[in-house]
Design a binder for this molecule. Structure first.
Ligand code: FMN
Length: 350
């Protein structure tokens, strides 16, 4: 069954995959008993899809039909942006990553982790706004549609302009029907400052405040990247805690990748490594933020992202202090992973 379900085809282009969202499936979804919430909203499970794999509304509806209760519409921009040239998903062969690694060997086959290199492409706002509106209408009422947005630096812009751009996209997404807004504060694949706001607490504060003003009380998440130390985590949290409801962590762990001849790929630049190899680092990061949140008595929840491919992983995130877990790589490779997690959850509860 797993083999027969359609999924993202990494050997095809981004545009090809954009145009081929599989139709929703009719399949029995095992319930996850318990009380689950997401940014203050009740949900039927702690399972969601992170920003990225759901290229448009069709992909959101497909994964919603596969047992995911929060579906995140991939990061969109205020201007159209092309996808980087392939490879966009380059499997790598590596053990657990903790930051600072380089020259990861590329692999022919997916062994659980890959370098992600899309460059945050986006359709033009008129396209994604109309698509979000249609998607919210078709999504079952109890499921949440979260939309990830990012600002796009233009020549001559300062921080205030970037913040306004984030806020404008957030408001457009909200007006189109988004239940939650996520701002992407971390993309290791782009060189401009919009890629690394999570490492600039004061800039992140300006953006988060502007976004909050534009979306009112709507649940608001900030997506962050790998933080090297507890000392770095605290100033960021202090800067944004007044404005965000949740932090989604971790985007990826950045590293360079070498091809089979030993040459560095991606013009020798780092790429975000996503998937199984980031599980331990991301879990440690959730636990670290959970301690800070407790110390500061901050009203912020955590969404665990990174390397989840089984109920055992999700359970560890929940135990570390996350209120929900979001999957990307494992769900792209195996669309049935949500259903498998639900079955294993029920079996573990017996
Ligand atoms: C194909 C793909 C595209 C992604 N695109 C985005 C994106 O547009 N915005 C974002 O915040 N994260 C993006 N990510 C990162 C994921 O949201 C997630 O943080 C990361 O994949 C770690 O989860 P995983 O180990 O389950 O893959 C992308 C990941 C993948 C695999």
């Amino acid at each position: 069954m797993a083999e027969s379900l359609p999924r993202y085809d990494r050997r095809q282009t981004y545009q090809w995959n954009y145009e081929q969202p599989p139709p929703p499936v009719e399949i029995e979804i095992p319930p996850m008993a318990g009380e689950w919430s997401f940014c203050g909203r009740r949900v039927s499970s702690p399972l969601g899809i992170a920003a990225g794999p759901l290229l448009n509304g069709g992909w959101c509806l497909y994964y919603a039909s596969l047992g995911f209760d929060v579906v995140t519409y991939k990061t969109v921009r205020g201007v159209e942006r092309e996808c980087y040239a392939p490879p966009n998903l380059q499997p790598v062969s590596c053990a657990d990553l903790h930051g600072g690694e380089s020259r990861l060997p590329a692999s022919e086959t997916m062994q659980g982790s890959w370098a992600v290199s899309f460059g945050m492409p986006s359709k033009s706002p008129d396209v994604w706004r109309a698509d979000i509106e249609q998607t919210r209408k078709q999504l079952p009422g109890e499921k949440l549609l979260s939309v990830s947005v990012v600002g796009t630096v233009q020549p001559g812009w300062g921080l205030e302009d970037l913040a306004q751009d984030y806020a404008r996209c957030a408001k457009w997404a909200l007006d189109a029907g988004a239940d939650c807004i996520e701002t992407n504060f971390s993309c290791p694949n782009v060189a401009t400052c919009d890629g690394q706001l999570y490492q600039q607490p004061e800039a992140a504060r300006v953006v988060a405040q502007c976004v909050r003003q534009s979306i009112g009380q709507t649940p608001y998440l900030a997506k962050i990247g790998h933080v090297a130390s507890a000392d770095e985590a605290r100033p960021f949290l202090e800067s944004v805690q007044e404005y965000v409801d949740a932090l989604a962590t971790t985007n990826s762990v950045a590293a360079t990748v070498a091809d089979s001849q030993g040459n560095l790929m991606f013009e020798r630049q780092k790429r975000g490594i996503c998937g199984a190899a980031t599980l331990e680092a991301s879990l440690a990061q959730v636990a670290m933020f959970a301690r800070h949140i407790q110390d500061m008595q901050a009203d912020v929840t955590l969404i665990g992202v990174g390397g989840v491919g089984a109920w055992a992983h999700a359970a560890r995130y929940l135990a570390a202090g996350a209120e929900a877990v979001h999957l990307a790589s494992a769900a792209m490779v195996n669309p049935l992973v949500g259903i498998e997690i639900r079955r294993d959850f029920s079996a573990s509860a017996v």
